[in-house]
Design a protein around this ligand. Structure first.
Ligand SMILES: Cc1cc2nc3c(=O)[nH]c(=O)nc-3n(C[C@H](O)[C@H](O)[C@H](O)COP(=O)(O)OP(=O)(O)OC[C@H]3O[C@@H](n4cnc5c(N)ncnc54)[C@H](O)[C@@H]3O)c2cc1C
Length: 358
């Protein structure tokens, strides 16, 4: 599907649906985020596990470069091995190399149905281990594997319209998973329950209707809003390889507690991709973190991520806020290559000055 850059993502999704297909990019800001914006930021979201982020869905692109040149490669080619990948280069460049004016996005078949569940669990590592087993269940494709913490659950209860979780007990962690079906779903439910039980997840609810599926997703999507309602947070958007996600979480909480034992951290996100949002909440007495406290927490979280070979910005990009991390964690060779590219396309630094490149 070829879209102009100003089209809101939700409108593009509706057009795809109108012809019986799926534009699988899904983020909470889809009502306002534009195609140009999601391409420029290489947006991710809840379906990356199976469908990839904006860059992976991008088959072609049109952009205006800083010198006014129009680059147009909108043909929906799966294969085009004719030199440097200019389409991918502009994706995620956050407007520093050119202005995206149109994009060609890959559409997918719409699933015929979904198996969507919420489960309680005690150990994040088990969420990952279970994913590998659930993926081997025939009859479906795992499209989402989302995690949130007991702190998220508490914040959901503090919303003006409290959102209790529809489970029997309270748990340290909660997993929302979704299997999309493109054929018969015979036997999937039984196999899923067995696999989850094997991984110590026996407090589970499976959506029995479209409405119940929407209700489960509403819980997951309300986590950010519930966090916002609690006051200003110090946000981090990290990724490690999915196999190390358990190790990351196990080390994270003691590391942050060693700075301040009373601090509350809200961890949630796309655990199937190894991408977690690690957000430090304001103190319970309402006092905002001082600048020095913010630096200590961020350095602790990012250093741990780096030690585990991860990324300090999984899907939210760099902008102006993460320039210091670019210097601290990105290799000089990569930074210099980025500077060379930027310098040759935009020698006068016209495009989004002060962003992405320190
Ligand atoms: C509630 C909420 C939830 C979100 N959830 C997610 C999520 O789950 N996953 C995720 O990855 N992101 C998420 N985001 C961030 C998401 O990446 C952005 O909302 C979206 O991708 C940006 O689109 P936009 O049109 O709003 O761009 P803007 O915010 O207007 O711009 C973002 C950047 O892209 C540049 N830009 C915008 N348009 C163009 C263009 N046409 N050409 C070149 N550069 C351009 C801008 O200069 C700016 O640097 C969320 C944001 C919000 C507010």
């Amino acid at each position: 599907m070829v879209c102009e850059a100003g089209m809101p993502l939700a409108e593009a999704q509706n057009h795809a649906e109108g012809v019986g297909l799926l534009l699988p990019l899904s983020i909470a800001s889809e009502g306002t985020a534009t195609i140009g914006g999601v391409v420029a930021t290489n947006a991710g979201g809840v379906n990356v596990l199976h469908y990839g982020s904006a860059r992976q869905l991008l088959l072609g692109l049109e952009a205006v470069l800083p010198d006014g040149t129009i680059v147009s490669r909108l043909a929906p080619l799966r294969k085009d091995n004719t030199g440097y990948d200019i389409v991918s280069l502009l994706a995620g460049s956050e407007g520093t190399l050119g202005i995206v004016t149109a994009a060609t996005l890959a559409l997918s078949p719409r699933p015929l149905g979904y198996t969507t569940f919420l489960a309680g669990l005690s150990d994040v590592g088990k969420a990952r281990a279970a994913l590998n087993h659930v993926r081997s269940i025939p009859g479906g494709v795992v499209t989402s594997w989302e995690l949130f913490s007991a702190v998220s659950a508490e914040l959901l209860m503090q919303l003006p319209q409290a959102m209790p979780l529809p489970l029997m007990e309270r748990h340290a962690w909660y997993l929302l998973g979704e299997i999309s079906h493109f054929g018969s779903d015979n036997g999937v439910l039984e196999a899923l329950a067995d696999v989850l039980a094997e991984h110590d997840m026996d407090d589970i609810i499976v959506a029995a209707s479209g409405q119940q599926r929407a209700d489960l997703w509403m819980i997951r999507e309300a986590v950010s809003e519930a966090e916002r309602a609690a006051g200003p947070t110090l946000k981090h958007d990290i990724a490690v390889t999915p196999a190390r996600i358990g190790e990351f979480v196990e080390a994270l909480l003691p590391a942050c507690s060693s700075i301040d034992a009373a601090i509350r951290i809200n961890v949630f996100g796309h655990v199937g991709d190894g991408n977690l949002h690690v957000n430090v909440l304001p103190r319970q007495e309402g006092r905002a973190l001082t600048g020095e406290e913010q630096n200590r927490f961020s350095t602790c979280i990012y250093d741990l991520t780096h030690e585990l070979g991860g990324s300090f910005s999984a899907e939210h990009g760099i902008g102006q806020q993460k320039l210091a991390q670019m210097v601290r964690y990105k290799s000089l060779a990569e930074l210099n290559l980025m500077r060379t590219i930027k310098g040759s396309l935009d020698p006068h630094g016209l495009m989004n000055p002060g962003k992405v490149l320190p």
